[in-house]
Ligand binder design. Structure first.
Ligand SMILES: NC(=O)N[C@H]1NC(=O)NC1=O
Ligand SMILES: [Zn+2]
Ligand SMILES: [Zn+2]
Length: 508
């Protein structure tokens, strides 16, 4: 027996070491050693670990420069202006992109990847392929339309397990705030923040939260210095605003739907939120807590409330989404439920004011609220706006859509990069992401703002059920050429790297 033990012991030790190694790869340490996870030739379409990219338009925090960025082991190690290149690269280690724009990869802090549970709506594989193809190098997943929703450490593990070996870009997770949530446990397990709905979410397993739940949650979140992100709409009494005439009772008429969710829903929710965020000011009882309002549509009273709270020093921020900046209620055809989302897309006047707020910095950042479903639930044939799933699918198109519609309003490349990279990184606590700066992850999008393309059936679209996207059929400007995640070339010329080597991001 003794002899047998001595023989198997060394073998056992090796096995256990392998086990520990792969276990450690799983979570926190995956951030530290992302590149040893899979062989480099699988993770990247480029064979080099140490290389240089150069262009006449590199968007840096100091402005747009003509020069080169040196990348080694997944990080940016130098940014140099002018023709000279730091170090002595071999010719094949320098990629010259000419006048294509080199920008930090986009960070989309509001994406619904519905795995596990509703992977047929959108999963980690399709969702992160679409992200990579769109120059989005990090997504933060909202655990809402997946099943089960993330309300405990065990449920979070299901989410993390589901994402394992499927993600082409980096992915962070949030969790749901409701009464039964194990908040401290989840925050310790590394969720980047907490999501909350102030109206029914459309998913029975994701109950809505009252302002009292939110206030209680904030006192815990303050200690962790992580944000709560809130869907800010509170259902109001219909009779007050719905004009009952034949036109707005037609469920195929967009106006019917628009009238069911007036700006007063957003205003009511934000009024309650700012009554709490005053406690987040310096020296206040909730100092350290932060409230982030997702997908603002109302650019009038709701935005004014946020501006006022900010002027008093409340820790509050707000995002809007490309669909509120691209479309207007006047142009949505009756029966075209691809445009249904909540809060709804409002009129042209509202859109112009949203752009004004974006460009003046009152709206802090942009996100997609990529919320896909299956064709059966979008009810395209019936065209019933009242019954169809609310959610717009557009993760892959963030960059060209924002640019195409924004340039008419004077949007600059620097603003674009602030709205889609720097500010979202700050919100999500991603210190090593969001800018092209020495020491940061080499998360980079290379794109050509002047290049126009048609989003037609020939265009390589990777989101699931692309026919449901409101952007299909549009002509856009700003084509994504290549995407790097932590120095891995994950997308080029319509193709992805052979293996998904994105990293799951957990907060420490
Ligand atoms: N459940 C869900 O994803 N809802 C999202 N869809 C939408 O249009 N607004 C939302 O909050
Ligand atoms: Zn929402
Ligand atoms: Zn959402």
């Amino acid at each position: 027996m003794d002899q047998f033990l001595w023989r198997v012991l060394p073998l056992l030790t090796i096995l256990v070491s392998f086990g520990v190694f792969f276990y450690l790869q799983d979570s926190y340490t995956a951030q530290l050693f992302p590149l040893i996870k899979l062989p480099r030739d699988k993770c990247s379409l480029l064979p080099h670990r140490h290389f240089w990219i150069s262009s006449k338009r590199i968007v840096t925090p100091q402005g747009i420069i003509s020069g080169s960025v040196e990348i080694n082991d997944g990080k940016i190690i130098s940014v140099v202006e002018g023709h000279a290149i730091q170090g002595k690269p071999k010719q094949e280690e320098v990629i010259d992109y000419g006048d294509a724009v080199i920008m930090p990869g986009l960070i989309d802090v509001h994406v619904h990847l519905n795995e596990p549970g509703r992977t047929e709506w959108e999963g980690f594989d399709t969702g992160t392929r679409a992200a990579a193809a769109g120059g989005v190098t990090t997504v933060v997943d909202m655990p809402l339309n997946c099943y089960p929703t993330t309300v405990s450490k065990e449920k979070l593990k299901l989410k993390l397990d589901a994402a394992e070996d499927k993600i082409y870009v980096d992915v962070g997770m949030t969790n749901n705030l409701c009464l039964s949530i194990q908040l401290t446990e989840l925050l310790s397990a590394g969720v980047l923040g907490v999501k909350s709905f102030m109206c029914p979410s459309g998913i029975d397993d994701f109950p809505m939260a009252t302002i009292d739940h939110i206030k209680a949650g904030l006192s815990v979140l303050a200690k962790y210095r992580r944000p709560i992100v809130v869907h800010a709409e509170i259902q109001q009494d219909f009779e007050n605003h719905l004009e009952l005439n034949e036109d707005n009772l037609d469920p195929r008429a967009y106006l019917t739907y628009l009238n069911t969710r007036p700006p007063s829903w957003e205003e009511a929710a934000i009024k309650q939120l700012v009554s709490v965020t005053k406690d987040t000011r310096k020296g206040g009882p909730l100092e350290g807590a932060h409230v982030h309002i997702v997908h603002l549509s109302d650019s009038s009273a709701s935005l004014d409330l946020i501006k006022e709270a900010k002027s008093h020093g409340d820790s509050i921020s707000v995002e809007t989404c490309p669909h509120y900046l691209a479309f207007t209620s006047e142009e949505i055809p009756n029966g075209d439920t691809r445009f249904k989302c909540s809060p709804p897309i409002r009129d042209a006047y509202n859109k112009d004011k949203l752009w004004e707020a974006v460009l003046e910095g009152h709206i802090d950042l942009l996100s997609t609220d990529h919320s896909p479903t299956v064709p059966e639930l979008k009810l395209m044939e019936e065209g019933d706006f009242l019954k169809a799933w609310g959610g717009i699918s557009s993760l892959q198109f963030n960059l060209p859509v924002t640019w195409s519609y924004g340039k008419k309003y004077g949007l600059t490349l620097e603003q674009l990069s602030l709205l889609w990279s720097k500010k979202p990184a700050t919100l999500a606590g991603l210190e090593s992401k969001g800018t092209i700066a020495v020491g940061n992850h080499a998360d980079i999008v290379v794109w050509q703002p002047e290049l126009e393309f048609d989003l037609d059936d020939d265009y390589p679209v990777f989101i699931k059920h692309s026919e449901l996207s409101a952007y299909m059929g549009r002509r856009l400007s700003g084509k994504v050429l290549e995407t790097f995640v932590r120095g891995n070339l994950v997308f080029k010329d319509g193709k992805h790297a052979p293996a998904p080597c994105g990293v799951q991001i957990l907060a420490k």
